[in-house]
Structures are given as structure tokens and as C-alpha cells.
Design a protein around this ligand. Sequence first.
Ligand code: NAD
Ligand code: MG
Length: 392
Amino acid sequence: MTDARNVAVLGATGSIGGSTLKVVARHPDRFRVAALTAGRKAEALDRLAVHWNPDYVVLADRSDPPAGRLWHGEWRYGSESMRWAAADPATPIVVNALVGFAGLESTIAALGAGKRLALANKESLVVGGSLVLEAAAAGGGELLPVDSEHSAILQCLGDRPTAEVHRVILTASGGPFREWPAARFASIRPEDALAHPTWSMGDKITVDSATLANKALEVIEAHLLFGLDFDQIGVVVHPASIVHSMVEFRDGSTVSQLGHPTMEVPILYALTAPERLPNEFRSFDPVGSGPLEFEELRREDFPMFEIGVTAGRSGGTAPAVYNAANEVAVRAFLDGQIGFTGIPALVEAVLSTIPPTPVESLEHLVAVDEEARSRSREIVGTPPATRGDRIP
Ligand code: NAD
Ligand code: MG
């Protein structure tokens, strides 16, 4: 008889999915991989299934069944199977490591079914906002952040209520263009944006870190997770990514959480909090790590930050529009259809045509997401001569 708890890893073939499996592998007495899901990479999912032998796997893309698959367990397909995996009563812990809006239904399904949700997919919380929090309240689900900054804040808060918090300070690495003059931004190529100085991550979040859209998403995430006003959430650039964030309490004491940059620590904490399990880690060396440096965010040069926070403050459907336009813009940038400075131009253009309204339901959000995507695609697909000068 084992006490291991079933875990579903959604997005198992990705960066966070892979780190989650490494963490889980160290604790076979505590965790059992019950379900693995992937978007399109059938072969990669097949290999993981052979290794982990879960109860079933889900491939979101129905049109991509693996040819000559090696694992002969239960294969499921499509988005309804993804939702089903998130809500399966046999699995008390769900890790949502999907990327983008595609993770929203799984987040709501897991929380609505009373799961512990280790949430890496910040987009689902940012877009879903109150719908996600209501699903957690109604279903009894627990929402634990995997994002390193929010894990840091959770750890710094301990058991103290938000009322005792004066403000939080999120740290940002600053991304690969922290020291580039803005005049060079138009020449940025996808490979420049994909070369992150401190973190190795999936393509989408790596580009978001380069534009600082990621930090705007994280400000909104902090607002929702901890019930803080936007004015209580500061951001500072910290290139070494050692201080993961800070909480300044109302008595003047500032508490921070430190460590070498690895997602395995926040992933493990999301699985076990408030308990701390033994882990393999590189010990923090205060002398060897060098000076801890902080600098201001270059808000004017990285407009995706301010545009995103403004969308967060507007609330309602604005974060969904921001997110959808950003997802299309990032894809278009990686595909060479728009330049780096075209990302904020596209997102601003789309936000200006879709005024925010209160979120009514998940179906409403799906419709808004689709509308924002099709507006974005229209702009990207428009020949340069008729685009005006908004999209460089
Ligand atoms: P990734 O691209 O490496 O992996 C994404 C996973 O989701 C893959 O398994 C992919 O198959 C699956 N997927 C993609 N589209 C899908 C779809 N439409 N339907 C179903 N499955 C789909 O991404 P990542 O870097 O692991 O990031 C995952 C999430 O975690 C993102 O929301 C990101 O912002 C967040 N996050 C990542 C890191 C990091 O270090 N990578 C750190 C903090 C937060
Ligand atoms: Mg982060």
C-alpha cells in the first residue's frame, strides 16, 4: 500500500512539464503520475508514457495520432478529454503547464472539481480572472502558483493576511534586451529574443520575457492571487534572478525569497505547500553569487508592460483581449511576419477596437478571445502598404 497521490501533468512535453516530472521522480512515495497530456507532440508524449505508464494520456490535437506508438495504454484525444483529465476524481493534484488561453478550461475544470492546482499557466488566471476564483470557491479547489515570483510571495507571506501587506515587489530579469538601446529594437530577430539570459523556457514565455509582457501578466496574476490593489504591486529589474520577489509588510519589514534560478523549487512547493520536502538543489552561496543588483524597469522602451497593466486595471474582458492579441503577435514575430516592435503596436491596435465589458461566462471569454485573435490575424495578414504605420 502506498500513500502516493495521483498527479495529472497537463503540458507534460513542455519545459515546466519536464521539470515537474523530474521533481515528481524524486518522490515516488508521495506522487504517482496518473495522467499526461500534450498539445501536438505525439512522439514525445508516447516516450513519456512508456517511461511513466500513467492511467491514460491525452493528446489535444486529434489530427496528430502517433504513428507506430510504443505505449499501448489508453490514448484520449481532443479538448473535452483535456477537461476530463483536469477534473478526473481519481487525481487530486493537477499541474497546469499548458501555454496560453488553451489552459483556461483545464484551470476552471480542476478548481471546480476541488483539486490542488499547481498553476504554471498564468494566462488562464489572467484571462479568466474572477471566473477562475469563483470556480475555486465553488469547487473547493486550491490554487498554488508555480510562477517563481508568486511562489516567492506566497512563501514570504507565510500565514499573514493580505491586510498586513504594504506592497509586494516582483523581480524581473529584464530579458535579453535589458541593456539594448531602444533604437536597435526594430532589428531584433526571433533568435535574439529566444536567448534568455537566466531561464530556459518555452518559446512563448521567452518572447514574453523579452517584451516584458510576461511581467504585466505577473502583475495581474499577483493582483488576483493575493487580492492586492494594482498600486500595491511594484516591479524591479534584478538581472541575476536570485531574489525571486519581496513582500514589504506594513510594519516596515521586507521579506524576500532567494535561490538559484530553477523552476523545480516553486514546482515542488506548489505540490506540497506548506510542507517542504527534501529536494536536490544547488545551495545558495551569498558570497559566490556576487552582488545583488536592482534597477528600474525601462517602461517607455518596453511598452508591453504598461499596456498589459493598464488592461489589468481596466478589468473585465481587457486582459483577455491583451492576451489573445499578444499570443497572435508572438507567433507572428516568431514566424517573421512582424518585427519585435510590431508586437506592442499590434496589441494596442486590437485593444483599441474591442472595448472591455464585464466577463459573463466562460463562453463569453471564448468568444472575446476568438474575436481578438481574428482582429489580430487580420492586421498581421494585411499587406504592409495598407497597414498604415502602426505595424512596423
Ligand atoms: P512549453 O511551450 O515548453 O510547453 C507547453 C506545453 O503545453 C506542451 O506540452 C504543449 O504540448 C502543450 N500545449 C501547447 N498548446 C496546447 C494546446 N492548444 N492544447 C493542449 N496542450 C497544448 O511552455 P512552458 O515554458 O513549459 O510554459 C508553460 C506555462 O508555464 C506558460 O503559461 C508559461 O507562462 C508558464 N511558466 C513557464 C516557466 C518556465 O520556466 N518555462 C516559468 C514560469 C511560468
Ligand atoms: Mg515568473
